[in-house]
Design a protein. Sequence first.
Length: 250
Amino acid sequence: MNLFDLKGKAALVTGGNGGIGLGMARGLAAAGARVAIAGRDAKKNAAAAQELGNAVHLECDLKDAAACRAMVEETAKRLGRLDILVNNAGINIRKTPQEYSIDEWREVLDTNLTSAFVAAQAAYPHMKRAGAGKIVNIGSMMSIFGAAFVAPYGASKGGIVQLTRALACAWARDRIQVNAVLPGWIDTALTKRARQDVAGLNERVLARTPAGRWGEPEDLAGIAVFLSSKASDFITGTAIPVDGGYSSSG
Ligand code: NDP
């Protein structure tokens, strides 16, 4: 199916060394793309890169805007081009709103939202020059719903959707499509911690998810390939849930 063929394309996945990012990176690599992954943990980066077949791996703290720009430039240099950017890296700090320090607020916003903007800005000239590009931003169910323990996380994930729409409008005529993916509850390091911290979460997720199970990182591979391929060339500015029906269920 050459509609989904990514041979000859170069992709950068932030937070691609584990969880959802690695699930998407596996999908992109299987569709033929050359992949670069970025994260803070050099060991995790090296292991994931090896699994992906000697992918480029970059050690980078995305809270630092200069490092974030350098990550994009280094990817374009090492892969010779940049066609696909997946802004996936993200963290959560769970507290009631009144408990957050301003530094904790900034840590979540800088990691989850500002880094996506900065990386997209840095990727733009490469995609514009190539005459096409794909940007995939990772939102959350917290892009749609509220919860008591996610004030900065929810703000960052709501912001991701609006950032996606703004970039989509601005760059559509450059043939750069920008879309968001809203994962439901996916079994990763991030949610393993949540399951430990929040009593009853596991049962609530299973009860509300029509598919009756947690998602796996591999469940995100298909949407990553679709939104990175020419199959989605007339789709831009959308926010697509990949959630086993969670957001459709009352
Ligand atoms: P993981 O904790 O498994 O992975 C997070 C990834 O982000 C890691 O690769 C981590 O690498 C990287 N990362 C975190 N902070 C930074 C930073 N400052 N600089 C560079 N890299 C960083 O989480 P998930 O796979 O679950 O989450 C991935 C994305 O999906 C996030 O945006 C999350 O909000 C979103 N999401 C997850 C859901 C779920 O149910 N799991 C549901 C909805 C959305 P390293 O530690 O090496 O820096």
